[in-house]
Design a protein around this ligand. Structure first.
Ligand code: AHR
Length: 507
């Protein structure tokens, strides 16, 4: 039996809906064939956007979408993606060496904004901070945000089809500047970041700037960056900072088996590495606060997910670059990651799973007229209940799971959980990490009582290695049943390797 205590009397904070954000990069089949099929496509589309994907995405309330990269952003010239589509330049894509693809630029600023409007999401632009100038970044902001009939760039936007400004709020200044974004030192990058302060004083006093932080392998980047930032901050001329970006991939180079075949120990290894995101977030936040005590800067995990890097950086025949199938393993990993973001919502203000379609930890696989929602899509659907809710403190008891791999023995909790409250309704999400058995879970409420009829939604399959594919698109989907609870205790049994959502009224 696993005991979980839920404290109605201890709130962690408001869950920013942007924690349920997405990421679209011009890479492999994400943009072309993923979201964009073109206006002449013989399959259902809305102004060139894949209709089935747009409708399914809208249904899970995507709050924010990051674009155009990733690494691609660091060689992107926004000017290539405006004006008449057929006259746009064909350019080299950062990723072209890997999949032999050139960039048509048919999806540019106007198209991306249209996609965001179609699915009701805020745009989050990643600015090239490496191979272009601060002036070009300023011009892009001006083009997007200046009111109708003001500057020459606002008039150009109008000529290109949008008199109304796009009002893009989130601007990431650079991407992975320690790697694909210029191989910089934290000090070099900080110097560049400082220059963007000039933009904030002209076109964007209300913009939300996001600085590039580390990935899980170089946590020390943060101390060095903020040491420099702080030095500059005292001078008062550095760009303000709404968010600080972290990347956290659960990278599988073989130690976690293959995408579809893995031992039990390899399953647990993936879960353990996934859970390590929590101490990474905590330590990054501590470094930030140590440098800037009390600063109102949120963490933004704008790339995360399971990345099977088993074949180097080359696509497999019939697949797009970094396209990978998903099973219940990715679903449970997605759920435990989202539980971490909820539980750290006093630190994390946005997160963007990598990537939306046909790439890494996707919510969709799409090719031609086929569009499949993966197991992780259904996790996002279930977790909608947490958006804008108040996260409650939870305490997990019970036996840890022990497993051995390559001569090492590890312990970790057998379950992951988060709980939130909105309008008198409690939402509890559980990820059952245990592979071999269903688990009875006792959920004790402190500071209130369960108040009657609710529901329980379960995403599971008799074989945890199952997932959705082009051949079997609906193999794993959630099922819902009614649930009744009064008083302070509720015991439910949740299937092995499952994701569960409980919704209950409380008072
Ligand atoms: O998501 C794929 C790539 O992973 C991104 O372009 C880059 O930022 C990261 O290394």
């Amino acid at each position: 039996m696993i005991d979980i205590g839920i404290r109605l009397d201890e709130q962690v904070g408001r869950i920013n809906p942007n924690i349920y954000g997405h990421f679209i990069e011009h890479l492999g089949g994400v943009v072309y064939d993923g979201i964009w099929v073109g206006e002449d496509a013989g399959i259902p589309h809305i102004n060139g956007f894949r209709q089935e994907l747009a409708e399914k995405l809208k249904a899970i309330k995507p709050p924010v979408i990051r674009w155009p990269g990733g690494c691609f952003a660091e060689t992107y010239n926004w000017r290539d993606g405006i004006g008449l589509r057929e006259r746009r330049p064909v350019t080299v894509n950062w990723w072209y060496m890997k999949d032999g693809k050139l960039e048509s630029n048919h999806v540019g600023t106007h198209e991306f904004i249209e996609f965001c409007r179609l699915v009701d999401a805020e745009p989050y632009f990643a600015v090239n901070a490496t191979t272009t100038t601060v002036l070009e970044a300023r011009n892009w902001i001006e083009y997007c945000n200046m009111p109708q009939g003001t500057t020459t760039l606002a008039l150009e936007r109008e000529k290109n089809g949008s008199a109304e400004p796009f009002n893009v709020k989130y601007w990431g200044l650079g991407n992975e500047n320690w790697g694909g974004g210029g191989c910089m030192t934290p000090e070099d990058y900080c110097h560049i970041y400082r220059k963007y302060g000039i933009i904030s004083k002209s076109v964007g006093p209300e913009l939300q700037f996001i600085a590039c932080g580390p990935y899980e392998g170089i946590p020390e980047w943060t101390e060095k960056f903020f040491y420099k930032y702080k030095e500059m901050y005292t001078v008062g001329r550095v760009a303000p900072m709404y968010g600080y970006s972290l990347h956290y991939y659960v990278t599988n180079t073989g130690q976690m088996g293959t995408e579809l075949e893995y031992t039990d120990a390899q399953w647990y290894e993936m879960m353990r590495v996934g859970m390590d995101m929590e101490p990474f977030i905590q330590s990054q936040f501590e470094m930030l606060q140590a440098a800037l005590p009390g600063a109102d800067v949120g963490l933004i995990v704008d790339e995360w997910g399971v990345w099977h890097q088993l074949h180097g950086r080359h696509p497999l025949p019939g697949r797009y670059l970094f396209e990978q199938p998903s099973t219940m393993r990715e679903a449970v990993l997605a759920a435990l990651s989202l539980n971490i973001f909820n539980n750290q919502c006093d630190k994390v203000v946005m997160a963007n799973i990598a990537q939306l379609v046909n790439c890494i930890h996707s919510l969709f696989l799409a090719k031609g007229d086929a569009c499949v929602a993966t197991t992780s899509y259904y996790v996002f659907d279930m977790f909608q209940a947490h958006q804008e809710a108040v996260c409650l403190k939870t305490e997990i008891g019970g036996q840890p799971i022990t497993y051995s791999l390559d001569g090492m023995t590890y312990d970790m909790p057998g379950i992951s959980c988060s709980a939130s409250l909105k309008d008198g309704n409690l939402a509890i999400t559980l990820a059952n990490i245990a592979l071999d058995e269903d688990q009875p879970v006792k959920l004790s409420l402190y500071g209130g009582e369960y108040e009657g009829e609710g529901s329980m939604v379960v995403l599971a399959s008799s074989n945890p290695r199952d997932g959705n594919s082009f051949e079997e698109p609906y193999k794993v989907t959630p099922s819902e049943q009614l649930l009744w609870a009064v008083g302070q205790e509720l015991t439910v049994t949740i299937p092995k390797a499952s994701v569960v959502l409980l919704k209950l009224p409380v008072a």
